[in-house]
Design a protein around this ligand. Structure first.
Ligand code: SF4
Ligand code: SF4
Length: 136
């Protein structure tokens, strides 16, 4: 079973269409809406976890793009605010993918966006709230 959180952005022209409904029926995917901000007749954003076979997931993402939606992994919206980070290392104990890691040479905690899966565990774990998820 493949599962991934994605951010789906609608435009004013497709925000009223039942595209998620079509997606899960057509491609046999389960979905769990985690966050949403939909403005009728304007743009909209939803964060959804899609689960199913990898093949169906890939087909589903293609379907969404063909419908004119923008789709990106949640991880693309995760960032480390270097003005706030005090390099305490707390987040490294929670990060399941080692996207946050201690660089021994500089003794700084660095963020590797390529490894991030968008789980957001670091957001709550970080005392000065240096890990940010900017979706809306
Ligand atoms: S928990 Fe926050 S402040 Fe501490 S290293 Fe991680 S991002 Fe920086
Ligand atoms: S969102 Fe999850 S995977 Fe990404 S850096 Fe934070 S804890 Fe690690």
């Amino acid at each position: 079973m493949y599962s991934k959180k994605v951010v789906i952005r609608y435009t004013a022209t497709n925000v009223d269409q039942p595209i998620i409904c079509q997606l899960v029926k057509k491609h046999d995917l389960d979905f769990n809406i985690l966050k949403a901000q939909i403005l009728p007749r304007r743009e909209g954003v939803i964060v959804v976890e899609l689960s199913g076979s990898k093949e169906n997931f890939d087909k589903g993402i293609r379907f969404l793009k063909e419908k004119g939606l923008t789709v990106e992994p949640v991880s693309k919206n995760v960032s480390q605010n270097n003005d706030k980070c005090v390099h305490c290392g707390a987040c490294t104990a929670f990060c399941p993918t080692d996207a946050l890691y201690l660089e021994r040479q500089s003794m700084k905690v660095l963020f590797d966006a390529e490894k991030c899966n968008g789980c957001e565990l670091c957001v709550l774990a970080c005392p000065p709230r240096a890990m940010e998820v900017n979706i809306f």
